[in-house]
Design a protein around this ligand. Structure first.
Ligand code: SAH
Length: 371
């Protein structure tokens, strides 16, 4: 097409979310509080309500004068996420929440409770621009990036549900965070990093969770992996590989045409060297697509070529997505794939998959409303 693009063809304009306490570092928050004509120590009181008590209701902030409470919460704790619907599975220990953002855009997060931990799978973008054909989110295209506040609010609401005993199993603590919901976290680098800093910041600057309990999962945006390696944050990196050869990976993970298997693996190895954190290789086993024994052998060779003890592989049986012709590998084929990696000395564990009956499992998040 020549000439200017008609306005009707451009993507709908989505609004920037209002400023929120969780977008700001402690220094920025102090400045914002001062700008509102309040004393700077109010910043710390607000942070304590938010990060320690997980509270945003001004009525509960009895250590603040009534007028300050209203002014501060209105300016710095606007509502960013409204729950639209929750679905539960696994006897109430898996909870998927559909959220509506301030501009009507929808995203999902999934809370998974285990005997020894509770993990929240957060979205970093509404939709995703990476277009992986086996992933439901990838079929949506990218609507917009989430702000740090919108990511942190998913965390706060889950942490509060845990503390209040709203999840089956009684009161508990949110202990782990994985960026495996909707979106490519490293394509929304700034907001994701700010959100991670709020998660791991010591209370009351953040939720005070260990960086070791955070996993950032990526299709392999090499410059962003290197940048993350330099942040001094020992978060776990997961690389969504899904194939050890460029020919197939370019089909399954289209960004592979920009950064190849070898380039992505080299970046993953550099990440390990910089952080000491063992990298996870994600591998969705798709029947007759990428589950061949020779591909397991090639994967093991490529990982071993880059050293020992720096990586483990997490195969996951493909979760079905609407309209896809692909399906999970047969159990025997899956077992053979795992055995070959293990025999080659690569630690390999099949990833537990939760919530597939509520379309809440990996690759199934599409933020659709119940029809
Ligand atoms: N964009 C990031 C994070 C989101 S997806 C990434 O790609 O890593 C989290 C994980 O779920 C990724 O490893 C992704 O490849 C995987 N996944 C996507 N669709 C899937 C499906 N249908 N079945 C199983 N895993 C899937």
């Amino acid at each position: 097409m020549t000439g200017p693009i008609p306005l009707t063809m451009t993507a709908p304009r989505r609004g920037k979310p209002p400023r929120h306490l969780a977008d700001l570092s402690t220094d920025e928050l102090r400045a914002a509080v001062a700008e509102l004509g309040e004393q700077e120590f109010r910043a710390r009181q607000l942070q304590t309500h938010y990060f320690t008590h997980l509270e945003t209701d001004p009525a509960a902030m009895t250590d603040l004068p009534t007028r300050s409470r209203e002014r501060l919460t209105e300016a710095l704790l606007p509502s960013l996420l409204e729950p639209v619907r929750t679905l539960t599975a696994d006897r109430g220990t898996t909870v998927k929440t559909l959220w509506r953002l301030h501009d009507g855009v929808k995203v999902e997060s999934v809370l998974m409770r285990y005997p020894d931990r509770a993990t929240l799978c957060v979205s970093s973008q509404a939709g995703c621009g990476m277009a992986c054909p086996f992933c439901a989110t990838g079929q949506l295209g990218l609507t917009r990036n989430l702000s740090a506040g919108e990511i942190v609010e998913q965390v706060r609401q889950a942490a509060r549900a845990m503390v209040r005993g709203e999840i089956a199993g009684g009161p508990g603590r949110l202990s782990n965070l994985v960026f495996m919901g909707m979106g490519e976290p490293l394509a929304n680098y700034k907001a994701v990093l700010a959100a991670v800093r709020r998660f791991v910041g010591p209370q009351p600057d953040g939720f005070g969770v260990s960086a070791r309990n955070v996993t950032v999962s990526t299709v392999g945006l090499v410059p962003a992996i290197d940048r993350l390696a330099g942040e001094g944050l020992p978060v776990t990196l997961a690389l969504s590989l899904h194939a050890p050869d460029d020919e197939l990976r370019s089909e399954l993970v289209p960004i592979n045409t920009r950064w190849t298997v070898d380039e992505a693996l080299d970046a993953a190895r550099r990440y390990f060297e910089a952080t000491g954190r063992r990298v996870s290789i994600e591998y969705a086993l798709i029947r007759d697509m990428n589950d061949h024994a020779w591909r397991a052998d090639l994967l093991a060779r490529k990982l071993n070529e880059r050293g020992r003890g720096w990586v483990h592989v997490n195969p996951i049986p493909l979760n079905p997505t609407p309209g896809s012709i692909w399906t999970a590998s047969d159990p025997g084929v899956e077992a053979e794939f795992v055995t070959r990696l293990r025999v080659a000395g690569i630690p390999t564990t099949i990833r537990d998959t939760r919530g597939s009956d509520i379309d809440g499992a990996c690759g199934q998040l599409a933020a659709e409303e119940a029809s």
